[in-house]
Design a protein around this ligand. Structure first.
Ligand code: UDP
Length: 329
């Protein structure tokens, strides 16, 4: 385990997960530099820490190799979260997905290897694609769809990042940990890029119809961002986790229809649920993943625990935050 105060770089630190991670690192006494182009992240996400003396925010893109080299100059640890994320955004702009998710990771890994910087690489459950198994261990096959369907560009780009990271670990022993996030949710997440919980809560609070795609029987597991951030920091600083891939999330499944019903019940909303085919939102060539449940055995045995906040706790947190925002408008 690595202790003591570190200088951490958080790429994508103004994003949803990145901003929670930044807060936690600052609370633990570390110095944090954020690199974020504010494309999907937002400065408001950093409101609680904006004036923190140990925080530096650099507005810029990870696709700028000179800037990336500069911000990595004297850091001990990089949490690499910057990416083109969200299925909708990725389906809409596959070029950006590839340019943002692949080349900068390679540059970042090269500098990390040269300077022996510890790296956490944020990956995604999207890498499993449509693997038909009920639960996925980290050794499962990646079952991606055809290249003609842009959705798979995201999972594929992250899989390449993983191959790169593991190759750097093998060749240079750079301490790198890979975390595959499964539907991380919580306060500050926005619904613009397709994320289902902020969308449902926004709609329910406005008494508008909740749109559930397909038959609503698709299954997901939702983990609270605070639990996820704890796991990320522990794994990154655990020498025995280097060179390993971990599923990070919750393993409690829920159907999207049941999720919609729970959001309506917890908000006390008059909203109705409407089932709609996928193509109304995502275009005719969209493919969804029917079931996405991680096997967390590896995470649990590495950390002695796993994300534990329940869906109800998560929803209460998101609802409370969104209500506060509505009141302060
Ligand atoms: N979804 C939905 N209505 C919405 C947004 C999403 O029914 O307004 C569904 C979506 O089709 C998917 C699930 O909710 O089956 C989770 O979607 P999200 O984009 O949050 O995550 P991912 O698909 O990446 O797991």
């Amino acid at each position: 385990m690595t202790g003591g105060s570190q200088h951490c770089l958080v790429t994508g630190g103004a994003g949803f997960i990145g901003s929670h991670l930044t807060e936690e690192l600052l609370t633990a006494g570390h110095r944090v530099t954020i690199l974020d182009d504010l494309s999907t992240g937002h400065e408001d996400n950093l409101a609680a820490v904006r004036d923190h003396e140990k925080l530096t925010v650099r507005k810029g893109s990870i696709t700028d190799p000179v800037l990336l080299m500069e911000v990595m100059r004297d850091v001990d640890t990089v949490y690499h979260l910057a990416a083109a994320v969200g299925v909708k955004l990725v389906a809409d702009d596959p070029v950006r997905t590839i340019e943002t998710n692949i080349y900068p990771t390679e540059t970042l890994l090269r500098h990390a290897a040269q300077q022996n910087i510890r790296v956490f690489l944020a990956s995604t459950s999207e890498v499993y694609g449509k693997n038909p198994k009920d639960q996925w261990t980290e050794e499962e096959d990646l079952v991606l769809g055809p290249t003609s369907k842009p959705r798979w560009a995201y999972g594929c780009s992250k899989a390449i990042d993983e191959f790169l990271a593991l190759a750097y670990y093998r060749k240079f022993q750079t301490p790198i940990v890979i975390g595959r996030f499964f539907n991380v949710v919580g306060p500050r997440q926005v619904g613009h890029y397709g994320m289902v919980i902020p969308r449902f809560v926004d709609r329910a609070l406005a008494n508008e119809t909740l749109t559930v795609y397909d038959d609503g029987q698709q299954v997901r597991c939702f983990a609270h961002v605070d639990d996820v951030v704890q796991a990320v920091i522990k794994l990154t600083n655990d020498d025995t986790a280097a060179g390993e891939v971990f599923n990070i999330g919750s393993d409690t499944p829920v159907t999207i229809k049941a999720l919609a019903e729970q959001v309506i019940a917890l908000t006390g909303s008059d909203s109705k649920i409407q089932l709609e085919p996928y193509h109304t939102e995502y275009g005719s060539d969209f493919e969804d993943v029917r079931r996405r449940v991680p096997d967390l055995t590896k995470l649990q045995s590495q950390l002695g625990g796993k994300p534990s906040r329940t869906l109800e706790q998560i929803l209460q947190d998101v609802i409370a935050e969104k209500r506060r925002r509505l009141e302060n408008r």
